[in-house]
Ligand binder design. Sequence first.
Ligand code: SF4
Length: 655
Amino acid sequence: MEEIFGRNGLIARHHPEYEYRPGQVAMAEGVAEALDKRHHLLVEAGTGIGKTLAYLVPAVATGRRVVISTGTKNLQEQLFYKDIPFLQSILPRKFRATYLKGRSNYVCLHRLKRAENTPVLEGLEEMDYFNMVSQWAYGSQTGDRAELAELPENISFWRHIDARSDICIGSKCPSFEQCFITKARQNALESEIIIVNHHLFFADLALRDKEWGQVLPDYCAVIFDEAHQIEDVAMQYFGANVSNFQIDDLLGDISRLVINDVDAAREVTKASLRVARMAENFWLNFTDMDPRSSLTTFNGGGRFVLRKQMFQQKKRDGTEENTVAGERYVNFKTALARLLGALQVVKDAPPEMEAILRRVEQLRFDLDFIVLGDEETFVYWCERRGRGIFLQATPIDASGILNDRLFSQIETVVMTSATLTSAGSFDFIKARLGVSESAELIAESNYDFKTQALLYLPPKMPDPRDTTFAQAAAAEIINILNASRGRAFVLCTSNSQMQALRQLVEYKIDFPVLMQGEGSRSGILDRFRITPNAVLFATASFWQGVDVRGEALSCVIIDKLPFAVPSDPVVAARQRYIDNNGGNSFSDYSVPSAIITLKQGLGRLIRSATDRGVLSILDPRIVTKNYGQSFLRSLPACRISRKIEDVERFFSEEA
Ligand code: SF4
């Protein structure tokens, strides 16, 4: 690896921004060894070490097929359009790489042909867009809608013509040979490096034994970048979900089936209408719930299932009867069974029927699993978003599933991120992901945090639960912003706190204020970059994956230690599960996961060797509580001050 990454190596001779980074060499050697000796590896890669080349070079050197999975589109594009072409131009070993996206990014030629003859448009204004898609699709090499920059992101007909796995009829499809998914799979088969995102990777992993869903060919290793996100993504693909949108889509697809037998078609239509009516009644059970509500509650040591109470009640004689909600559920299930029966007897059914039958069966199974299931390792919950109602059964603990499906199946899994450890240990991430045996490496950042950064912990802040906290926090924020001349992110742990702090601060400072939600994420970031001295108030989604280099971002202020919200159904279930199994959810889960989030927030500040900045944490628990030491030990070694004068001096030095 020295020959490639060393001071006189291949990269030094060809890369205009080359600098020798010992952390990069150490990481590249660690990844090469993991691939060679076929074991797993966890690497915390400090910011600025050049981790993408540190794993790409050994991955290419194996000559075998390696999947690289990342959390964000930005990183996939950096890998595919920048790092890989660079390596292809300098490495002696020739290799091919493919960039695969989720199936819904590609057009399904079979559905497109059908849609040309059956109505899928919601208004005349969509006609021009539909014609544009039609003309493009038959000439495209990839079928990836990203080629159509003018197509609005939320155009409604796209979901009727995309290549999602649940509608795909696989090798029975008349367009199978020309299919873009078939071609993408073929490209992947001919490539040594395949770039995907975590969603595609886990969707594929969950369907690997099924002929119709799998996209990735066999691979010998997977490298997860932004690996701190794996658990949350993986869980979405190993549980069950049912939503009102899913039912609407299914009924829409059934209405477009070409059924020649008039009597059978009439029966299917009748049964579909009944499902639509019964589904509408069923969703009424959930419309008054909070946006994220658990459907299961626990009582002391015993399991008390709210869902059961919701759907059934005890009569005086001790027997049980259905509640109103229970009646609605039974009616919905009966309507689905009738629909299934009506579909099954259709003679000379079109090829889509197979996928439709599969979806109805899966829906019935998932519905039963969510409403009647009683697995202790799952949390059953409901989410309401806009017009959507989503019922979910999510595994509480990913470790067993990931161990069975990933770590014991793939020879080498490399997991890397700038934030994998808490207090210098990988134990938390290993326990969450079920990694039993793996090598570990911390590749230190080559930034000099002692001179580049200052951690300011204001004195005399009240406890965050105290009613005076917001006022005191606002006063500190104003002082800090005056010293930094704006150029700051104020990262809050809740929406309400973000709005409250903005109101308290905005009219007492002379800097332009932006707030999350006032436009798309990328739009807000662009405005922040080009607005001199801007201050951005934001919450969770800006804690990670945001890259603002240089002076525009010189200060990150964090209101509270970012503990996960304990009332969230998934968080609450994870905590209860740990406590019930002899652990301590606070020290085993809440503290380390908050440390990783805090490190992500800090990571926004120093993005290059010339960046300078102040991080301020307004939550006094970082110094008053014992666990505060774990947070402090986890941050890069930088100067710590409790005096605002030091902040003022830090910024006056740069003037
Ligand atoms: S094989 Fe599947 S995704 Fe491809 S065109 Fe046919 S139905 Fe669509």
